[in-house]
Design a protein around this ligand. Sequence first.
Ligand code: NAP
Length: 308
Amino acid sequence: MAPIRLAIVGLGKIARDQHLGAIEATDGVNLVAVASRNAQLEGVHCFHDIADLLASDVGIDAVSLCTPPQGRFAQANAALDAGKHVMLEKPPGASLSEVYALEALAKAKGLTLFSTWHSRAAAAVEPARALLVRRKIKSVSVEWKEDVRHWHPGQAWIWEPGGLGVFDPGINALSIVTRILPEPFHLVRSDLTFPANRAAPIAASLAFEMVSGTPVSAEFDWRQTGPQTWDIRVETEEGPVVLTHGGSRLIVDGEPQIVEEDREYRNLYRDFVSLVRSGTSDTDFSPLVHVADAFMLGRRIQTEEFED
Ligand code: NAP
C-alpha cells in the first residue's frame, strides 16, 4: 500500500519537538510538505499557509494540524473539503460545536478525522485501564502542575480565548482519566484563577463525581517551578494505582510496573496510518467536554498579573 503523503500545517514547537521525528520513524507515512507562515523545512515543499498548499499541484493525502486551536476549524474544514484526511493536535478545536461539525463533515466525505490525545498514547494508560476495570475505586486525584514559562515561552495565543490557559496541559490529564476510569464522571465544582491581565486561567481546582458518586479531584497549576508534577492517583480497595510522569510510569500497590521511553507521538502516527487504511475516524471529544464544563461552571478568582 502506498504511504500516506502528509503535510504539516504550523511548524512550531510541537511540530519540531515531536511530529517530525515521529513521522520519520513511522512506516506508511511520508512528510512531503509544510505550510507555515514564518518557517520552512529543508527537503520538502514549503507553503505560506494551508490555502496555498491546497491550491498547489503537490500531491498530498492528509494534513496534520499543529497550529493553535483558534483557527484550526477553518484549516480542517478546508482540508476535508479538498478531500484530505486530517489529524488534529490536542485540543481538537476552540469550541465543542466546531469539532462536532468537523466530525460530521469527515463522515459525510468518507475521510479520516483523528482527534489526537498524545497523553493517552503514553505507556501506562492502557495497562491502568485494564487494571481498573477489575478494582473497586474509592477516589481519584489528579495533580498537573508545571512551569508555563518553560513549556510555553512567548505563546500569546495560549492566553487568549480558545487558548485554554492551564487547561492546555490540564486537558492531557483529562484525556487519560477519561480513558482509564470504567465509569463516566461529571463536573460538580470549578474554581478558575485568572491573572488580572489575561483572558485564560493560570490555575484550576476541579471536583468531579463518577456516576457511582466516587470523587475525582483535579488541581492544575502553571506556576510550579522546579520539579514538575503530572500525576494521577487512584485509590482502590485493593491498593493505590498511580500514574506519574504524564502517564509514562505506573506504580501498582507501591510497586513500579512500567517505565518506558516516550513513544507517544510514534504511537499516534501508527494509529493515524491504520485509521486511514481502514477508512475510519477516531473522534473522542470527551476531554474537551470536561474543559467546556469547567468554563461553564467556573467561579472566577482574580490573581496578580502574569508576564512572560
Ligand atoms: P507554537 O509553538 O505557537 O506553534 C504553532 C505554530 O502554528 C506557529 O509556529 C505558527 O507557525 C502556526 N500558526 C498558525 N496560525 C497561528 C496563530 N494564529 N497564532 C500562532 N501560531 C499560528 O505552538 P505549539 O506549542 O507547537 O502548540 C501547537 C498545538 O500543539 C497546540 O494545540 C498545543 O496544545 C499542542 N501541543 C503543544 C505541546 C508543547 O509542548 N508545546 C505539546 C503537545 C501538544 P507560523 O507562524 O509559521 O504559521
